[in-house]
Design a protein around this ligand. Sequence first.
Ligand code: TXA
Ligand code: MG
Length: 329
Amino acid sequence: MECGKIEPERVNTRILSASEVSEAAEILKNGGTVAFPTETVYGLGANALSESAVKRIFKAKGRPSDNPLIVHIADIEEVERLAEEIPPAARLLMNEFWSGPLTIILKRKSVVPDVVTAGLDTVGIRMPSEPLARELIRLAGVPVAAPSANISGRPSPTTAAHVIDDMDGRADAILCGGDCGVGVESTVIDMSADVPTILRPGGISASRIEAVIGEVRSGRGLSESEAPKSPGMKYRHYAPRARVVIYGDPSEVRGENVGVMAFESHTAEFEGMPLVSLGSTPQDAARRLFKGLRELDKLGVDVIFAPQIPDGDDWAAVRNRLYKSAGGI
Ligand code: TXA
Ligand code: MG
């Protein structure tokens, strides 16, 4: 996206292009917040070692303080600075999947402030593969705490335009890059306990992890494959303004002012309606899900109908995000 085009309308947030990454790093060094692209979703970063800088992230997002942040690093060796104990299996995962969409939870060192970990004795660490993210972290010279750069509860941003929609006036700067290739957040695996446990399905599937370290446990609810038939439960996460309703069969899609998400093979059945295709593969759907929810929201629909997601490990991340956006799990 061309950042220059939108700059004049922006008052409180600096919009920086990739060539201005050193200015973005300077803002991080000075205790400010910078939204930046990663291969999964855009993150909202601050110096992870500064309590006051990290507090500004929570404020900008409106995030509850009991939800810990992931710390991003640019080189594998930096993990030693943050983590107390690195079990051999965690090492195997780092060697196999870093840089990339895997967050590893380890026992933390005391250098990591409580505000990052929400007081837990563990810290989530990830080394993103997006080169611009790593350049930013390297130039800042500090580990960067970063949740997704959305207002708390909304779908995560996968384009610079999404970030501007949510973070204009809230972040100190937005570093613009391209669209995120993965489209859903990293897989979070807890390697601090006796049995490795996947806490959040994401960019790396459980079976790919099991191929490296053997059997892992999946956290509560994550393997659930039953679609919620009606949304509107209390818990909202990844949620657009519109109500999200899961359909099993296209004939269930009806009503006024509704939008539809559909797999490519079904798009013809919804001709004439506001429609977003989820493509055909888990990778397509991951890339299009959050973007599609935001697009349909912009059209002002009241309800977004989205399809039931297939069972199976390779669909786990999309299933988890979509059903949560429908208020399901
Ligand atoms: O792909 C991603 O992971 C993106 C990009 C920006 O890197 N980040 C991201 O951050 O999704 P966030 O804050 O939206 O999600 C972090 C997740 C939360 O579910 C949080 O509870 C969990 O990681 N988490 C972080 N630290 C943890 C810890 N010490 N123990 C357990 N869960 C942790
Ligand atoms: Mg998030």
